[in-house]
Design a binder for this molecule. Sequence first.
Ligand SMILES: NC(=O)c1ccc[n+]([C@@H]2O[C@H](COP(=O)([O-])OP(=O)(O)OC[C@H]3O[C@@H](n4cnc5c(N)ncnc54)[C@H](O)[C@@H]3O)[C@@H](O)[C@H]2O)c1
Ligand SMILES: O=C(O)C[C@H](O)C(=O)O
Length: 329
Amino acid sequence: MNTTPVKVAVTGAAGQIGYSLLFRIASGDLLGRDTPVQLRLLEITPALKALEGVVMELDDCAFPTLAGVEIGDDPNTIFDGANIALLVGARPRAKGMERGDLLEANGAIFTGQGKALNDHAADDVRITVTGNPANTNALIAMSNAPDIPRERFSALTRLDHNRALAQLAAKAGVTVSDISKMTIWGNHSATQYPDIFHAEIGGRSAAEVVDDQDWLENTFIPTVAKRGAAIIEARGSSSAASAASATIDHTRDWLQGSPEGSWLSMAVPSDGSYGVAEGLISSFPVTTSGGEVSIVQGLEIDDFSRGKIDASVAELEEERQAVTELGLI
Ligand SMILES: NC(=O)c1ccc[n+]([C@@H]2O[C@H](COP(=O)([O-])OP(=O)(O)OC[C@H]3O[C@@H](n4cnc5c(N)ncnc54)[C@H](O)[C@@H]3O)[C@@H](O)[C@H]2O)c1
Ligand SMILES: O=C(O)C[C@H](O)C(=O)O
């Protein structure tokens, strides 16, 4: 066992996602069973009592990898020395809302948290934003943290990626492990573009294996893009266990590396690749190694895919404009 605990900060820790996420991190799913973790948990003041109850349950699990837990309502204290920050805390949408409707309510949270990360996090901090609207919240945090390298900020589209794997596997009659090179482009919203033209099933083009453009356009893409709303409709509240699982997958693979011969989807600051305006936090196909993220280059984008990517990026541009007008960036 390594000796120095890795400090993992989690915001919104008493919420639904937190209730699944914390136990997965504490048991070693994020960093491995040989790496002790110290959890640093941020909540708003009225939720601290509930968070104390969650900490009692963490204690009662007696996880060998859990080296300690700090809780509090001050981001300056909780982000102190954080090596990893998982920004989950934000209001979820209710039935009938789009994620972008949360911009004003949630955006302000990420200015203060960006500043606190800037001033207090460890030099190697890596930040994953799950709270919606995740891409633009990450943009707000990044813009308020000028001393942290931009490439340390990311937003979660791994849940969409995992949803796309599950839908494609069911259609093709294969397992998710048979599929590689899935891509989510753009925003974590209904405009996102799950792309199977570059995906492979057992080394063959997934689009050719499926060979069903009608399914692709009218079933696959809308099912993946609107899955969050379908879960809210069915459960009465937004996805939580699957969102926690995707947050672990995203951050673990960022640190430990992407699978050989494949890639992942992460929303990261655009460097202008694929015509996505520089600085937007947009989802791309990426590989990871040694904690660094590289956008996969050189993929051919046909007219169908171009239109879908452009539409989602246009929405990100609008969100950037909106938070600029709100004075958040
Ligand atoms: N990116 C994704 O794939 C994805 C998936 C699912 C949910 N989400 C989003 O994650 C967020 C959390 O979802 P949830 O179901 O856990 O919601 P929840 O309401 O159950 O929990 C959110 C928690 O955040 C806390 N919080 C609010 N403001 C805070 C602040 N300033 N600092 C710290 N904590 C704060 C609240 O007190 C609450 O306990 C929502 O915005 C939701 O839409 C994103
Ligand atoms: O859809 C939502 O509002 C929650 C989350 O972003 C999801 O994709 O499940």
